[in-house]
Write a protein that binds this ligand. Structure first.
Ligand SMILES: CC(=O)SCCNC(=O)CCNC(=O)[C@H](O)C(C)(C)COP(=O)(O)OP(=O)(O)OC[C@H]1O[C@@H](n2cnc3c(N)ncnc32)[C@H](O)[C@@H]1OP(=O)(O)O
Length: 422
């Protein structure tokens, strides 16, 4: 963003200059209710991280009072193709300037630029549910975190590792930086909802790059290899050091990240984590709601959900490319009237889908379904049901039964999952 915009709050919205980065960080820390101080390390970190053109601030009376940042991302669609995404983060408006339209103006500027660049979607992880629907974002993936009560899970306490020729080994951070990216690339081709990880992501997650203000404890890393030696899964986890007064070990494993490209690797890593001596609880980290984990336990009730919430929000910017990028399990046709008050992605198109490929073209035929662009985002990765949205009054059936047709085309047998936050 080059031209400055004077918002109705009289603050000036524009890209942040290098000299303004400390003020911008202070505003971000203020908006996120963290201490409003700025260290040199934080400034250096931001400098290496932020794209100047895509780092917006609002300035009033010589002070930064709002922050907004976006960066390029790739999001895996149903079927494994990656679409270019505008990832939005670091959104804050200082409480002295709230509800004067600053977020709305920064969002409008960023989404218009993303559309011009040719991004297919915009993405974000929402701090609060009610913020982003008005801008055309819909909750496209959900997440669940469980805590496993290990002694109640009914697992065989004699478990000694996989018996199918695979193995689990502990490795260190350097190995993870070598093995992890290739494994994750394979996951990206399998799992709708996954976003790409940069080299920096692996550096931060293994502690060679430390985020300013974020304490670091070295985790354990477990790698699963299949019978032929191929790396198929990776788990990073930490343990606390808790014992009861009666000298009983009560340790909790907290999973920071667990990815796997085969069910055997997924099973082996969870069974490994649930069989470590002294460990009585395993916190799963944020999984897909239909994760295998609870049902790997003889007693699934030993897995108690701690969190169940929306996770990745998607804003479709290009309906044609979004619908053509994904695959479809069945065949059929559907005319969708997409309503987009922001004028970015609205219009009537006919989707013709088969397992071999899909086309989506503008049409003058009458619509089967009318829906806002945010509802299409909730359906696009296969997570939501059009029948359910119709029952909620969020999708209008213009032809009886059209919501069922939409579900048969768009829903997927497994739910999408975004393992990362950004
Ligand atoms: C991707 C991320 O970074 S998520 C992090 C988001 N940031 C935070 O949650 C930090 C704390 N909150 C804030 O900084 C601010 O409240 C923000 C950024 C959420 C909103 O900024 P504002 O400038 O106040 O929003 P703005 O004035 O443009 O509001 C536009 C509309 O959204 C509504 N809105 C804004 N925030 C919220 C909210 N948290 N809950 C409900 N409605 C909201 C406003 O009421 C307004 O509605 P209206 O058009 O019907 O009057």
């Amino acid at each position: 963003m080059t031209a400055a915009v004077r918002s109705r709050s009289r603050a000036e919205i524009r890209s942040v200059t290098d000299a303004e980065i400390p003020d911008w960080i202070r505003a971000l820390n203020t908006g996120f209710l963290r201490a409003p101080t700025v260290s040199e390390a934080e400034v250096a970190d931001r400098r290496s991280l932020s794209i100047p053109d895509r780092t917006l601030g609002a300035f009033d009376a010589g002070r930064c009072v709002a922050t907004f940042r976006s960066f390029p991302q790739e999001l895996t669609a149903v079927g494994g193709a990656a679409v270019p995404a505008d990832a939005i983060t670091n959104v804050s408006v200082t409480a002295t300037h709230r509800r004067r339209g600053l977020l709305s103006e920064m969002m409008a500027a960023d989404l218009a630029a993303a559309k011009d660049r040719g991004d297919v979607v915009a993405t974000l992880i929402a701090a609060e549910y009610p913020i982003y629907g008005r801008y055309g974002f819909g909750p496209a993936t959900h997440t669940t975190e469980w805590v496993i009560d290990v002694p109640r899970a009914g697992l065989d306490r004699r478990y000694a590792g996989p018996d199918d020729g695979g193995r689990v080994d502990l490795v260190d951070g350097e190995d993870v930086r070598k093995l992890g990216p290739e494994l994750h690339e394979r996951l990206r081709r399998l799992q709708p909802g996954v976003v790409d990880r940069t080299e920096r992501w692996w550096q931060v997650s293994t502690g060679v790059v430390r985020r300013a203000g974020t304490p670091w404890t070295e985790p354990f890393y477990a790698v699963h290899r299949g019978p032929d030696g191929t790396v198929e899964g990776l788990a990073a986890y930490s343990c606390d050091d808790t014992w009861s007064d009666a000298k009983q070990p009560l340790n909790t494993v907290t999973v920071r990240n667990l990815i796997a490209v085969t069910p055997a690797a997924e099973r082996a890593l969870w069974l490994y984590l649930c069989s470590i001596d002294w460990v009585t609880k395993v916190r799963s980290g944020y999984r897909a709601p239909d994760d295998l984990l609870p049902h790997l336990l003889p007693d699934p009730r030993a897995a108690t959900p701690l969190t169940h919430a929306d996770w990745l929000w998607v804003r479709i910017l290009d309906v044609v490319r979004a619908l053509e990028a994904r695959t479809y399990e069945g065949s059929g046709a559907l005319v969708l009237e997409v309503v987009d008050p922001a004028g970015l992605a609205g219009g009537r198109r006919r989707l013709e889908a088969t397992p071999e490929g899909a086309s989506c073209t503008p049409t003058a035929e009458s619509a089967d379904l009318t829906l806002e662009v945010a509802q299409l985002a909730a359906l696009w990765l296969g997570d939501e049901s059009a029948v359910r949205l119709a029952a909620l009054g969020r999708v209008q059936e213009e032809r009886a039964g059209a919501a069922r047709v939409a579900d048969a085309l768009l829903r997927t047998s497994r739910r999408p999952w975004c393992p990362d936050t950004f």
